[in-house]
Design a protein. Structure first.
Length: 392
């Protein structure tokens, strides 16, 4: 967490590098400033239509946020509008917390048009976070970027069905054992899943509920656990964060992480190059025939997952498959078993009461299923484990 003096130093450094903005335009809620005369070429924008277009994107996001969250984005005390500056900065955008301007990188704005809409939504969502007490009422305690940057990345998808960088969607699939609380922008898929799976009616707004929960006490992790519990009956297994994350692990593998009980909530997500992002989950693939045994070992982080897929060959028919996962003492694990046929989901089981060790045995009917996927997830705390699978 930055102390106020550190923040002041950073702001002072930013002010020292700020060019003179000879151009400005205003919208209902924003004052946009830019230059084309800076001696530092990377500050310059020659095409004023880029700026006015951005003003429209910001106003659009403002209206959507007010409608969805019942709260206006934060405007600095004594101000009536949010200042927006175009200059050379590190990254695509920043919303200086909490009273500073929104800043966009001028050259990126010129050369990468695909980032303009999602980055506008992202940075304005930070101002909405401030309106719910983040950095205005509550100082964050690390780790918190899974919330602050992850939910702002979610806002890119919420508003525009696109992101400013492909990795925000892909990382949590290419690195599935990445602890959610260690993630930042790449926590986006979890927030998409959270919003989709928690949405019990078409008008329900789970993210709004989360922000209200956060506003009451300023604890990001506690607010998440509370918001998850709010949408499930008291006796439902998925009403706790560890089990909800195990459900995310299942849906991440099946590709259903954007779909909730009210139907498809999110469609295709586009990257800045206007291409559909279709992430695939990293998995250990193991072929098994009659008489084969696989021995493996690994470790899984808290709120992270490892995946194993056992591909059963023709000689496995009518044989028995045995799987044993032995979690190390002191670890805490969830296991999800997903049976598939030719890569298509057939059935799944979640032995939710099993916290450390899993043993499973089943007679193989290859007409029904020829693959078993096991997702091993940490429940806030994971640990080391061994896995043994055999067909005989």
């Amino acid at each position: 967490m930055l102390e106020q003096a550190q923040r002041d130093d950073i702001e002072a450094d930013m002010d020292a590098d700020t060019p003179t903005f000879e151009n400005s335009t205003e919208t209902a809620h924003f004052i946009l400033r830019w230059t084309n005369k800076s001696a530092h070429a990377a500050d310059n924008i020659a095409d004023a239509s880029i700026v006015t277009e951005t003003g429209g994107f910001l106003e659009d996001a403002w209206s959507v946020y007010v409608s969805a969250f019942g709260r206006k984005p934060y405007v600095a005390v004594g101000k009536t509008k949010i200042e927006v500056l175009f200059q050379d900065i590190s990254g695509y955008g920043v919303a200086s917390p909490p009273d500073g301007p929104i800043q966009f990188d001028a050259q990126s704005w010129v050369t990468i048009p695909g980032i303009r809409r999602p980055t506008s939504a992202h940075e304005l969502f930070h101002k909405l976070q401030y309106a719910f007490g983040y950095r205005t009422k509550w100082d964050p305690v690390a780790p918190y970027k899974w919330f602050s940057e992850g939910s702002a990345a979610w806002a890119e998808v919420f508003r525009w069905s696109r992101v400013s960088a492909d990795y925000k969607v892909q990382d949590l699939f290419q690195n599935p054992d990445f602890n959610l609380y260690d993630a930042s922008y790449s926590a986006l898929p979890f927030w998409v899943f959270f919003e989709a799976r928690q949405k019990s009616t078409p008008l329900d707004q789970p993210m709004r509920n989360y922000l209200h929960r956060y506003e009451s006490h300023g604890k990001e992790e506690q607010a998440l656990a509370e918001a998850i519990g709010d949408e499930w009956p008291p006796n439902n297994v998925y009403g706790t964060l560890p089990h909800f994350f195990a459900l995310f692990a299942r849906e991440r593998w099946l590709g259903a992480w954007k779909v909730g009980p009210t139907g498809s909530v999110y469609g295709n997500i586009l990257g800045p190059a206007n291409k559909v992002l279709a992430p695939s989950t990293l998995i250990v693939a193991v072929p098994l025939e009659d008489g084969d045994t696989y021995l493996g070992a690994g470790s899984v982080s808290g709120l992270g997952s490892d995946y194993y897929r056992f591909d059963l060959g023709a000689t496995a028919a009518a044989q028995t498959m045995n799987v044993v996962v032995d979690g190390a003492t002191g670890g805490d694990f969830s296991y999800y078993l997903i049976w598939q046929k030719a890569g298509k989901w057939k059935r799944a089981s979640f032995p939710f009461a099993t916290k450390t060790d899993l043993a499973h045995s089943e007679t193989i009917d290859l007409a029904q299923a020829d693959q078993l996927v096991i997702a091993i997830s940490g429940r806030g705390k994971g640990g080391a484990y061994s896995i043994k699978a055999s067909v005989a």
